[in-house]
Design a protein around this ligand. Structure first.
Ligand code: DP6
Length: 325
């Protein structure tokens, strides 16, 4: 009746940006990510017949109406044939990373803990499909290392889940997570995507280009080609932001610090360091690099006044169970 699971965040190298079905969370196109070491969410789920409603706590605080968490619990209840309510306790183990929320690690951990607590033994594609229905990017955090989300084409979403491309130890690829100071309130990624699909004139081109980027990125991963991987990931991220900026009303995730870091990454690259940038739906910058350049890059980026902290990560593990009873 109870289980605890841990899952890691992931960085999309070819981004998921746009849904074809909002309810089932089905994407317009495929995406590829790297599961990130050290950025973890730990979640306990306990089904308890004495509860009248779900009791959901994030970081010790009770959450009012977490629609998506409850939605996922309802799916698990329906699969297990129970109507028992649940207690959910979730903690982010991200070092001090203010503003680095991850729905990917949260919903991957929730899917694993909730399904086990309900007596279901979901693994692989089935677990990925469940996590997807909490948050799209979560379906990739089910696996470690490099992961591809197959978009599928069926209306019921049964063929939309992730598959592993290469394990955690395939490539020692350091990722610096550069946290920039920013006061701006962000547009949630689901809203940014919706606006992009519905109003951005660049959306059709973005979708076509995603297919090309997926092919190149698979090749870069197989050959451990940092130059190709970095170039594709950086260009894909820039295009995602361009699509969002061209929406109506425009969606702008960058702060002055984001541009400062981008400028620095380019300058360091000209000096011969390996450094490639990628930004998700927020102002922080992920920098992909090589082992021999990581320390110098970290020092250079941490010294920028717009940067509050640099976290050092790399390929991380699959979602895992800590205990179940
Ligand atoms: C920019 O997975 O948070 O990080 O499916 O609405 O929960 P929902 O969106 P979410 O979007 C992630 C967007 C992204 C790109 C990516 O992770 O692929």
């Amino acid at each position: 009746m109870r289980a605890t699971a841990v899952a890691n965040a992931n960085l999309a190298l070819v981004k998921y940006w746009g849904k074809r079905d909002e309810g089932l969370i089905l994407p317009q196109h495929g995406s590829i990510s790297l599961t990130l070491e050290g950025l973890e969410t730990r979640t306990l789920v306990a089904f308890d017949p004495s509860l009248e409603e779900d009791d959901i706590r994030l970081g010790g605080r009770r959450v009012g109406s977490p629609r998506r968490v409850q939605g996922l619990l309802h799916i698990v209840r329906a699969m297990a044939g129970t109507d028992c309510r649940a207690r959910v306790e979730s903690e982010n183990g991200f070092p001090t990373a203010a503003g680095l929320a991850s729905s990917a690690s949260a919903f991957a951990a929730l899917a694993l803990a909730a399904s086990r607590a309900a007596g279901l033994e979901l693994e692989g594609a089935a677990l990925s499909r469940l996590a997807r229905q909490g948050s799209g990017s979560a379906c990739r955090s089910v696996y470690g290392g490099f992961v591809e989300w197959l978009p599928g084409s069926l209306p019921d979403g049964s063929d939309s889940f992730s598959v592993p491309l290469a394990p955690q130890d395939h490539w020692d690829l350091p990722v610096l997570i550069v946290l920039v100071r920013s006061g701006a309130k962000e547009v949630p990624s689901s809203e940014g995507m919706r606006r992009s699909v519905e109003t951005s004139p660049f959306y059709p081109v973005w979708r076509q280009q995603a297919e090309k980027d997926l092919n190149l990125l698979r090749q870069a991963i197989a050959e451990r080609d940092l130059h190709l991987l970095g170039r594709v990931a950086e260009e894909n991220a820039m295009r995602m932001h361009a699509v969002a900026m061209a929406a109506s009303p425009p969606v702008l995730y960058w702060s002055p610090g984001t541009l400062r870091v981008l400028e620095k990454v380019r300058a360091l690259r000209r000096e011969g360091l390996h450094a490639y940038a990628s930004m998700d739906a927020g102002p922080h910058v992920h920098v992909l690099t090589s082992r021999d350049c990581a320390a110098a890059l970290e020092a250079e980026l941490a010294a920028l006044p717009e940067v509050s902290e640099v976290l050092v990560s790399g390929p991380g593990p699959a979602a895992r169970l800590l205990g179940a009873e």
